[in-house]
Ligand binder design. Sequence first.
Ligand SMILES: CC(C)(COP(=O)(O)OP(=O)(O)OC[C@H]1O[C@@H](n2cnc3c(N)ncnc32)[C@H](O)[C@@H]1OP(=O)(O)O)[C@@H](O)C(=O)NCCC(=O)NCCS
Length: 191
Amino acid sequence: MIYGQRIRFRGIERDDLPTFVKWINDPEVKAGIGIYRPYSQAEEDDWFEEMLKHPPDEHVLAIEIRTQGESEGILAEDVTDPGSESWKLIGSCGFFKIDTRNRGAEFGINIGEKRYWHQGYGTEAVRLLVSYGFETLNLHRIFLRVFETNQRAIRAYEKAGFIHEGRQRQAEFRDGRYIDVLVMSILSDES
Ligand SMILES: CC(C)(COP(=O)(O)OP(=O)(O)OC[C@H]1O[C@@H](n2cnc3c(N)ncnc32)[C@H](O)[C@@H]1OP(=O)(O)O)[C@@H](O)C(=O)NCCC(=O)NCCS
């Protein structure tokens, strides 16, 4: 486990996959990610098997939030006994295409549980992943690509210290129009 203040990362399990499929098919979530068409459980199962063949540092991590006791911002239905350690899956994140020579990597994040948007969890998860990337994986540069229309994500990345680096003009076709894809990055001495 990788522990943050209110969240933790753990490895993903096959049991998580139906939840991921549900999230990916949510139009509001889909608008921010690379998948643009209906997505099936079979595709997700194939993706999972392929992911397991990648280097372990590129395996996707589950994002969970602490739900016991009086944790701030937790919905009443998710609150558990203060005495019991309890966590709720709200999303996933991870590095891919780790470049071992240049010590660089791209990362992605999806908080699919929309009820937990806009409570700082996205920013906290990005910060935690970045510090894991620099302090444990010994990365030097972490970058991401984000649609210009995804202002929520852009704001979260800015708050986590990412710098606007470039703009891939009209690189994505969505909803009948081309949109720009922004490139943002953070270096190890900037976190
Ligand atoms: C993008 C994502 C990770 C952000 O997570 P989150 O927990 O909602 O983010 P945070 O609460 O930490 O921060 C969001 C910030 O965006 C701001 N924001 C929200 N909607 C906004 C909008 N339409 N325009 C501008 N800012 C907006 C919030 O006010 C907040 O900033 P603040 O703290 O200064 O007020 C999450 O929404 C998500 O996973 N979405 C679906 C998948 C996705 O788009 N992934 C990213 C692909 S690049």
